[in-house]
Design a protein around this ligand. Structure first.
Ligand code: FES
Ligand code: MG
Length: 593
């Protein structure tokens, strides 16, 4: 632990220790003394560390942070800093309507404003539920104050009748059983609730565990942080260590711009393949990269990430849940396995002040049932394919979750080749899908491909997780659990559906999906990475000429602001104008009186 009284002047001293402006300094001191701090503390030339609190009653996935706060603060104090907790706009993936994705950019904006406008020298970013992690990292990238992430950890494993019941994943399975008449409504609810036995975020390798793994892979959390289950004692200890560490980061002026480099993002993309991570990672990492000023393209997910193996045997791509993943070594062990195979940029800097190669050198899988070595993977070439065609410029397909049944119908043995023609059935959104999926007039069978549109960033708004559409009940009863699905929205990271999703540009801004009609033939050519409507050029152009955008109804002011400022999923779904702002902590805001 270094000297806590650095030679440099802290940013917070511009508020609390500025004899050149006694009027304002007195006002700042006066008000921060009335509740929590003493004048001695505020003028003690010690760094003030913000703690961005994402947990609350309304954000259950992150509520563990309410209880971790004591330990974070103790770590900060013991290292010589002064903790200052503040609330973050809540983002609850399952509770927020119409989408939690809508609020990612709102939480990002508000974090930027807090970090820029208050007397803070560094920040602990509490993360957990899906969008909380990218929102916090996007904000840290824009502001560029020293920052470290601490996630709350996954819930304990869920169990149902002797089998592991994973967050989200059990929903998709139970939905099929309900449609097939094999379970009733009360059992459906009980099965799903069994998957959530404790505090914490989703215990599958859904978007929450994925994004916290991404934070660790990027070098933004302490090694070993992301996989610790929420109720475990190691989580408390990690909270304390994270608090200690941020103080030294401030003294060393170790900032996100030192850590969030192209190499760090390539490491994260590789880790995402190895863990069987969520299709939500690409837009979120793209957004973090853009705010950090790092060049990243949606196609990098294939060029950097496709050829890597799936190592982690965790739902939805595998069998286990968060507790086993933690006991096997978690993300640091996955990175250690990649390092051993020469698949890691070892020199990427991290919050420890050391390159990632040093951080993970001692970490290897301690349970090969759960984390495989690179030489014995769960699956080879397990990354995302990036498709294009006349329906979109880019869309993703996650190959690690493709079932044997689907694989045999659509792909060749190496998992990446196959040509498939189908009849398109097009839905205008989830309501239309639910209304009509069982309509016999649509004549949906195994030769159909299901499309959903108007569910992207602008369309929904916020891009809804609705592309993993279940086949009609009759098709399910015939033993076919998945039809190919395509859409301009997203799907839950807990889904095992082999969808083609995140299609950009989305239909409501004139993307090609807008011109598709039920009954059109479509051709999926995975060799060429293309999906095309087989409609002749003149007819396609005529439909384009006749097209008018659907009317979009805003229910709140933010929905209107969001729609006017947001970009497409392939570009991260950012507030486009915000991506021009860099390192805003370097400019001190004006006094307010
Ligand atoms: Fe919040 Fe999964 S719904 S972590
Ligand atoms: Mg979700």
């Amino acid at each position: 632990m270094g000297d806590t009284r650095a030679n440099k002047r802290f940013r917070s001293q511009e508020w609390f220790d500025n004899p050149n402006n006694p009027g304002m300094t007195a006002l700042y001191l006066e008000r921060y003394q009335n509740s929590t701090f003493t004048r001695e503390e505020l003028t003690s030339e010690r760094p003030i560390i913000g703690i961005a609190q994402t947990g609350s009653d309304i954000s259950p996935c992150n509520k563990i942070h309410v209880f971790l706060m004591d330990r974070i603060k103790a770590g900060i104090r013991d290292a010589g800093g002064i903790p200052m907790e503040f609330p973050v706009h809540p983002i609850q993936e399952t509770g927020k309507r119409p989408t939690a994705a809508l609020d990612r950019n709102l939480a990002y904006l508000s974090l930027v404003e807090v970090l820029h406008g208050y007397p803070l020298d560094g920040v602990v970013l509490t993360t957990g539920c899906d969008k909380t992690t990218p929102a916090m990292l996007m904000g840290a990238a824009t502001v560029d104050l020293p920052a470290i992430t601490l996630n709350g950890g996954p819930m304990l494993d869920g169990w149902w009748q002797g089998r592991r019941a994973g967050s989200g994943t059990i929903v998709w399975e139970s939905r099929r059983l309900l449609a097939e008449g094999k379970i009733d409504y009360p059992e459906f609810i009980e099965r799903v609730c069994a998957s959530a036995p404790s505090l914490g975020h989703c215990n599958t390798m859904g978007t929450a565990s994925t994004m916290n793994a991404m934070a660790e892979a990027l070098g933004m959390s302490l090694p070993g942080c992301s996989a610790i289950p929420a109720p475990f004692r190691e989580r408390m200890s990690m909270a304390y260590q994270t608090g200690r560490r941020i103080v030294q980061m401030v003294l060393d002026d170790l900032k996100p711009s030192d850590i969030l480099t192209r190499e760090a993002f390539e490491n994260a993309i590789r880790v995402n393949t190895a863990i069987g991570g969520s299709t939500n990672a690409p837009p979120h990492l793209q957004a973090i990269a853009r705010h950090a000023g790092v060049e990243l393209d949606v196609r990098d997910w294939e060029t950097v990430g496709f050829d890597l193996p799936l190592l982690v045997n965790m739902q939805p791509a595998g069998e286990y849940l968060g507790e086993s993943f933690f006991h096997a070594g978690g993300v640091a062990a996955v990175m250690g396995e990649l390092q051993e195979a020469g698949l890691l940029h070892e020199g990427a800097m991290t919050v420890t002040g050391k390159p990632v190669g040093q951080n993970v050198a001692g970490w290897r899988s301690t349970d090969h049932k759960v984390i495989r070595p690179v030489t014995q993977p769960m699956r080879e070439k397990a990354g995302f394919l990036v498709l294009s065609g006349n329906l979109f410029d880019s869309a993703l397909m996650k190959t690690s979750v493709i079932s044997k049944d689907f694989h045999d119908r659509f792909l060749s043995d190496d998992g990446r080749e196959g040509i498939h023609e189908a009849r398109a059935v097009v839905f205008e959104g989830p309501e239309d899908y639910h209304d009509r999926i069982n309509d016999p007039a649509l004549a949906i069978d195994e030769h159909c491909m299901l499309f959903i549109r108007n569910v992207g960033c602008v369309g929904y708004p916020g891009s809804a997780e609705v592309v993993n559409m279940q086949p009609p009940d009759a098709v399910l009863k015939a033993g076919i659990s998945h039809l190919p699905t395509v859409g301009d929205g997203r799907q839950s990271g807990t889904s095992e559906s082999p969808s083609i999703l995140n299609a950009s540009p989305e239909a409501v801004v004139g993307g090609g999906l807008a011109f598709l009609q039920t009954g059109d033939r479509v051709r999926l050519d995975l060799n060429a990475r293309r999906l095309d409507a087989l409609v002749d050029e003149a007819e396609w152009q005529a439909r384009r000429d006749a097209w008018t955008p659907p009317e979009l109804v805003n229910q709140t002011p933010w929905q209107e602001i969001y729609r006017k400022t947001v970009g497409q999923l392939a570009q991260g779904g950012c507030i486009e104008l915000a991506t021009a702002y860099r390192r805003v902590a370097q400019s001190l805001p004006r006094d307010n009186h």
